[in-house]
Write a protein that binds this ligand. Structure first.
Ligand code: GLP
Length: 242
């Protein structure tokens, strides 16, 4: 694993944005895997700034998002569809037909997962996939204990994930308990993976991911099995690395 340690969130966001921008500048029809959460917001801001300067176009880019809650419609401010639109897609020149986000409102969510995975695999591998990390080490919504063999699937969120994400909702009971997520096999199929993390509350998970045993109990440890992973973290998230 290639580890880049920066001083603060701003610098982490810039380095991550540079990875994304360089991929798009090098390959006009690149396939990007994209995350949500508070961590990538700064990266998206920098990507949008660069687009507004006229330095990069997303016209032929395809995107696949990592995950989505079940039963939040697209207009709900906490849906990942809404998040992606307000933080990135509505500010760039991407063709809306090239945006893919699992549909958490599908009548048959299992079928939706299968179709999502098929669409992703038939678009060719993701050239680059960006990830955040949960405090419990989840990536996407792959919670501790889930198999490393999964493709896109329906998952049930751990109580501590629900609590961690409750900050975005009016009350704890409003946080969905089910989500659709790319599986570990899907994640490992990306050609290049970039994980970003900041803050002291991620320090344990970061250390376990890098130095711990490869085990489904620490989902992000699966990244040790991939040959092109870059971790971009700030000093605080790096503080428990040994
Ligand atoms: C959610 C998302 C993950 C994300 C994680 C961390 O659970 N499903 O993809 O990595 O939160 O989010 P944050 O960046 O807000 O800490």
């Amino acid at each position: 694993m290639n580890i880049i340690i920066k001083n603060n969130y701003e610098e982490v966001s810039q380095v991550a944005a540079d990875f994304l921008l360089n991929t798009v500048k090098d390959k006009k029809n690149a396939v990007l895997g994209l995350p949500t959460g508070s961590t990538p917001i700064g990266m998206y801001e920098k990507v949008v700034e660069e687009h507004k300067k006229g330095n990069v176009s997303f016209k032929d880019i395809k995107t696949f998002n990592l995950d989505e809650y079940v039963n939040l419609d697209r207009d709900n401010i906490n849906s990942y569809y809404y998040f992606m639109n307000s933080n990135l897609f509505s500010h760039i020149d991407i063709d809306k037909n090239n945006i893919h986000i699992p549909n958490g409102m599908a009548d048959d969510v299992e079928k939706e997962c299968m179709e999502y995975e098929e669409k992703l695999q038939s678009s060719g591998s993701m050239d680059i996939l960006f990830l955040g990390i949960g405090i419990n080490g989840h990536i996407g919504f792959n919670e501790p204990g889930e198999s490393f063999q999964t493709t896109t699937h329906v998952t049930h969120l751990e109580h501590n994930t629900i609590e961690a994400n409750a900050r975005f909702f009016d009350k704890l009971e409003d946080v969905p308990t089910t989500a659709l997520t790319m599986g570990m096999k899907t994640i490992l199929s990306a050609k290049k993976i970039v994980l970003i993390a900041t803050g002291e509350n991620k320090a344990n998970a970061v250390n376990e991911m890098v130095n711990g045993k490869v085990t489904p109990k620490m989902p992000a440890s699966v990244l040790q099995l991939h040959n092109d992973v870059t971790i971009i973290i700030d000093n605080l998230a790096a503080s428990k690395l040994n």
